[in-house]
Design a protein around this ligand. Structure first.
Ligand code: BGC
Length: 732
């Protein structure tokens, strides 16, 4: 991160003030201390505090005062505002600098990563996940959790996909609302990030994203809109990149026009850490708090030299910046602080490292792990296997501290190997062979492959646990990382020559189950047809090993579904085939437009390796009896799902809409509803999904608005974007 000079750039043209003040001036001041009862009372309290502040005190509130706090006003009883990463757990303790504190009890619940949560397709688990974060944040004295991360998964290479959710805006929206409410119901603010278009980590602090208004509206914004308008997220973080030539964090269109005006956002728009570049642009264009600029000043940060610090005071004093611009920011901060009892301290206590939190981590892993392929190998029978070969370095590797700012110092972490040992006990002998080493430039060599092959031959079943890995910050993070912040993956291949290892092991023992860890798709073409079972386990958190073992042995019936398409090869991914990646000369054009993920594969009829929404179960489901009733511009769809197999299980029924004839091209089908349904063997349930107007609309960028065209629409229902046994046609 480079920071040139701390000289204010005087930018007068092209900027517009955020005019409507958040809080009406005429409100009566009320008592500051004591619980806030209503919005207007909060607004009045904020106004009252604001009026008592000097300019210097106000400015102190709009920039960081340490790596994870922004300023308070002690004279008025306003404490600093304390933030913590991140999306998957309360991050290890930092004091007032970037160095982790020594000798503090700061290990906590490490939840599975964002894509694993999305793969549950269970918004209630989103809520439970958020509640754990909120509760642990409260227990640790944090005011804001810097999550969820919800940027659209555009390319399999993005190093941060693991932290995000999906390629599909509808799925992102449904999951994010639960997460945000879960956090905020614990009295803590969620911070949805990164707004917007942070879809690659390569050149993340400089890349300039260009895209059509339609792609922006249909694909990249709906998750944020849902987080703000439905989830009522108190805070949002601007991203590092530029959008159409202007820094996202200081982007007038994204922040003032869309976020604050169109969506009516009343909360705080903070910068990503070090994402502010100009004082005036940031002030005028809606940045409320500047964070992380100290990263560029280490080892001696001077918080007064932030863009939104001392310079602001002189600008206002010399008449070059109206004070109401600063007031608007401070009001927003105070409003959120009051709403979350930062000032009166009357917040729910919060709980740390509880059994219940660990159980939530396990449930998310159990519902998020996806069974991709199964030719009669799984589930394993405890009574039938005597010798198990566990092969692959990920089996014995802890992951929670990897990946960058989402790292969590886990209270404990059950690795896949440990989980298997715990479950199997003395019932079977487990031989473990790493097969490869996680180290820069390391490759599974002939000797390690031979060792794995020998173990495989001697076993009844092989459980291979490999795939990607989390680079560790400050070690392999920057120069050799997969699934880590600030870097993209070099390609979609399995690292460390695992292709050869898997092929050799599968040949040595046909009962080989391949378990892949990672943030998304890897190229499996070299061995996919020769392995009978494949499981996608993401980074499943502190209880991941338990969850995985229970799934492999059938104690839990898998119910996860892919939240993104797995292409066969990187070349077939739409960002690479139609669009640009990683861009040229610092600019990336999203020519893939609205054809992200399955919208591309299904429209262009390209066969993926595994389709969006795909995921198998140990039972089977039958879909029947679809009906749709249209009323005005909305429809109610009902259908039946039956469990036709022998064990209880859950199916995520997905509903896609296809417009017969549209004025502009549309994707073949778009996800507009889903429901996860639990069924006993032989049981049937009727599912009802309501489709509002927005299920049929698209953004017409010739007319610059959402349109609903009359005519015929097909409603398709089934278990993945490529398996849709039911369909019915409706007319609007
Ligand atoms: C990341 C954010 C994170 C922040 C603070 C940044 O580098 O992009 O997601 O919240 O650091 O750690």
């Amino acid at each position: 991160m480079k920071r040139s000079k701390f000289i204010a750039h005087i930018v007068l043209a092209g900027s517009m003030a955020f005019s409507a003040p958040l809080l009406a001036q005429q409100k009566m001041p009320v008592k500051i201390h004591g619980r806030a009862d209503s919005e207007s009372s909060l607004e009045a309290q904020a106004e009252s505090l604001l009026r008592q502040m000097t300019l210097k005190e106000k400015v102190n509130m709009i920039h960081a005062t340490s790596s994870f706090t922004s300023g308070g006003v002690p004279r008025l009883g306003i404490p600093e505002w304390t933030m913590s990463d991140g999306p998957h757990g309360v991050r290890l303790e930092h004091g007032r600098d970037w160095n982790p504190d020594a000798n503090v009890a700061d290990s906590g619940t490490a939840l599975p990563v964002g894509v694993c949560l999305a793969a549950t397709w269970n918004p209630q688990l989103g809520y439970a996940f958020g509640s754990v974060l909120g509760s642990e944040a409260a227990a640790r004295g944090k005011d804001v959790i810097l999550g969820p991360g919800i940027n659209i998964i555009r390319t399999p290479l993005n190093g941060r996909n693991f932290e995000y959710a999906s390629e599909d805006p509808f799925l992102v929206s449904r999951m994010v609302v639960g997460y945000v409410k879960g956090v905020q119901d614990q009295g803590i603010s969620a911070c949805v990030k990164h707004y917007a278009l942070n879809n690659q980590e390569y050149q993340r602090t400089t890349i300039d994203v260009h895209l059509s208004e339609r792609a922006l509206r249909e694909i990249y914004l709906p998750g944020f809109r849902a987080a703000i308008m439905e989830g009522k997220a108190n805070t949002i973080m601007g991203s590092y990149n530029k959008v159409r030539g202007q820094w996202a964090t200081e982007n007038r269109y994204l922040v003032n026009d869309i976020l604050k005006k169109e969506w009516g956002f009343k909360g705080v728009h903070m910068s990503d850490w070090g994402a502010v570049h100009h004082t005036q642009q940031a002030l005028w264009n809606g940045t409320d708090v500047e964070m992380g600029t100290d990263l560029a000043m280490l080892p001696n940060p001077d918080y007064g030299k932030f863009f939104m610090a001392d310079t602001v005071i002189s600008l206002v004093q010399s008449g070059r910046m109206p004070e109401y611009i600063i007031d608007d920011k401070v009001r927003r901060i105070l409003y959120v602080m009051l709403k979350t009892n930062v000032i009166d301290g009357k917040r729910k206590k919060g709980v740390y490292n509880s059994k219940a939190h660990q159980e939530t981590a396990r449930r998310v892993a159990e519902e998020g792990i996806v069974l991709l392929k199964n030719n009669n190998v799984l589930p394993l029978q405890k009574s039938a296997v005597r010798r198990i070969a566990v092969i692959g370095a990920n089996a014995d590797r802890k992951q929670a501290m990897g990946g960058g700012s989402s790292q969590v110092k886990a209270f404990y972490e059950i690795t896949p190997l440990q989980g298997l040992r715990n479950l199997v006990g003395n019932a079977a002998a487990i031989t473990y062979v790493p097969g490869y080493t996680v180290a820069r430039g390391a490759n599974a060599d002939a000797a390690s492959i031979q060792q794995a092959v020998d173990a495989a031959k001697a076993a009844d079943v092989v459980i291979y646990v490999g795939g990607s890995f989390h680079g560790y910050q400050h070690t392999v993070w920057a120069d050799n990382a997969y699934d880590a912040e600030d870097v993209d993956k070099p390609d979609m291949n399995l690292p460390f020559n695992q292709d050869a290892l898997i092929a050799a092991v599968a040949q040595a023992n046909p009962r080989t189950v391949v378990v892949l860890l990672g943030g998304g798709a890897l190229d499996m073409t070299r061995w996919v047809d020769n392995t009978p079972a494949i499981v996608q386990a993401w980074y499943p958190g502190m209880e991941g090993g338990t969850a995985l073992a229970r799934i492999l042995f059938g104690e839990v019936n898998p119910s996860g579904k892919l939240p993104m398409t797995f292409p066969k090869t990187l070349e077939e991914a739409p960002a690479h085939k139609l669009g640009e990646y990683p861009g040229k000369d610092g600019i990336v054009n999203y020519n893939d437009d609205i054809y992200v993920g399955y919208r591309y594969f299904d429209t262009w009829k390209v066969a993926p390796q595994f389709a969006f929404g795909h995921g198998l179960s140990y039972t089977s489901f039958r879909y029947s009896n679809i009906k749709a009733a249209v009323k005005g511009k909305s429809a109610t769809v009902t259908f039946t799902i039956s469990n036709t197999g022998k064990v209880a299980g859950a199916e995520v029924a997905q509903l896609y809409v296809h417009q017969q004839k549209a004025a502009l091209p549309r994707p073949e089908r778009e996800l507009k509803g889903f429901q996860k349904v639990w069924l006993q063997p032989g049981e049937s349930k009727t599912v009802t999904i309501k489709l509002g107007e927005d299920a049929f609309q698209y953004y017409n960028d010739v007319l610059s608005k959402w349109v609903l065209e009359g005519g015929a629409y097909d409603v398709l229902v089934g278990g993945s974007s490529r398996s849709l046994p039911l369909s019915t046609r409706i007319n609007l």
